[in-house]
Design a protein around this ligand. Structure first.
Ligand SMILES: Nc1ncnc2c1ncn2[C@@H]1O[C@H](COP(=O)(O)OP(=O)(O)OP(=O)(O)O)[C@@H](O)[C@H]1O
Ligand SMILES: Cc1ncc(C[n+]2csc(CCOP(=O)(O)O)c2C)c(N)n1
Ligand SMILES: [Mg+2]
Length: 327
């Protein structure tokens, strides 16, 4: 399966599955189902030890259970946010090695509870979950949500729309590089610690999703796999090219300097290809007032019947760069 990539696997399995009764089937940040006349959004995401976090990073930092609980909530409510909705309920499935301590599970649960409170997911309540035994830690959270302003899909971008982002871009990727870098964590500067914090405890901009929907965004998705890869998915779903300007991304890169000095990485590579910030990528038509927390980074252009692409400064960006569990 290794060479197929996530996209190739999905193209093979989705035709085998029946989504006829869904009001929105697979392909977007969340699916939707009509229940007693109301649309309910559903999304699921998993965190696996050594794939999504390490209990002990090469930098010597120990990853605590609290942060895993936090991130599991953050990455899931982010997908509801990306539809322009608010999370209403969640179930959490924990698969753990027998050696895991009760203190670990309690710390994890405190992270879940505090993420819900501190991220401002006021309507989100825990409905249940599951406990099971496994070789390594695996956390799967399913989240439900609703949209007050109508759901915003990835596929709605129209040529002429302005493309904008809200939240952090590249910080979590920079934090991941620092964590993976064999440089003693005791000597990290405050700026470096903040970037690591974005990786371990991401903060999706939960007010911005519903606000963008209300403002009239034509399309939206969350940034989990890297700006270029995710923008490529939006371009493909909407059959338009997304033409981005690196000058509009410069401010995001400047905020990553501390990590760049430590690891020797070009900060723009984190901005373009780093994932897990859980910010928003949205498109707004002309005449719509874009909410102030969004930064315009480009514009949509017709694909003219060709394969839709993402360009940066006029050059086609490689769609295969970015994060893929099976890439
Ligand atoms: N095993 C599966 N069966 C059916 N649909 C799937 C399966 N895995 C993924 N999908 C669907 O494929 C689409 C892409 O999945 P993916 O996990 O990349 O979601 P995403 O929102 O793009 O990413 P993220 O969860 O990182 O925000 C989603 O709509 C998802 O529901
Ligand atoms: C040990 C370790 N290796 C790699 C990464 C990076 N990473 C994991 S999942 C993901 C994208 C979002 O995933 P999904 O699409 O499943 O939501 C990224 C960028 C990490 N955090 N920890
Ligand atoms: Mg998503």
């Amino acid at each position: 399966m290794g060479d197929l990539g996530e996209q190739g696997i999905l193209e093979a399995i989705l035709p085998l599955l029946d989504s006829a009764q869904a009001s929105l089937g697979p392909g977007d940040d969340a699916g939707a189902l009509r229940v007693s006349g109301n649309e309910v959004l559903v999304s699921v995401d998993t965190l696996v030890e050594n794939q999504d976090f390490r209990l002990l990073w090469p930098s010597g930092l120990e990853h605590n259970a609290y942060d895993i609980g936090w991130k599991s909530i953050a990455q899931n409510v982010s997908d509801i946010n990306a539809m322009g909705g608010r999370a209403t309920g969640a179930v959490i499935s924990l698969s753990l090695p027998k050696s895991t301590s009760l203190e670990w599970v309690m710390d994890f649960s405190r992270g879940v509870a505090e993420a819900i409170a501190e991220l401002g997911a006021k309507e989100l309540t825990i409905l249940g979950g599951d406990l099971g035994k496994s070789q390594e830690i695996s956390v799967t959270t399913t989240v439900l949500g609703e949209c007050a302003h109508g759901k915003v899909l990835r596929s709605g971008v129209r040529a002429g729309d302005r493309v904008a982002v809200a939240g952090r871009v590249g910080a979590a990727g920079a934090g991941l590089s620092v964590l993976e870098h064999e440089h003693d964590n005791e000597s990290w500067s405050r700026a470096v610690r903040r970037l690591v914090q974005t990786q371990c405890r991401p903060v999706p901009p939960l007010e911005s999703g519903p606000r963008a929907a209300e403002a009239g965004a034509t399309a939206m998705m969350d940034l989990s796999d890297g700006l270029i890869r995710d923008a490529g998915r939006m371009a493909k779903a909407s059959h338009v090219n997304l033409e981005l300007e690196s000058s509009a991304l410069q401010d995001f890169a400047l905020r990553l300097e501390a990590a760049s000095e430590l690891t020797g990485t070009d900060p723009m590579s984190w901005v373009l290809y780093g994932g897990e910030d859980f910010g928003l990528l949205a498109a707004f038509p002309d005449g719509v007032e874009i909410p102030g927390e969004f930064t315009v980074i480009g514009v949509a252009k017709p694909a003219n019947g060709r394969r839709a692409v993402v360009k940066v400064d006029g050059k086609v960006a490689k769609p295969e760069t970015g994060f893929d569990h099976f890439g």
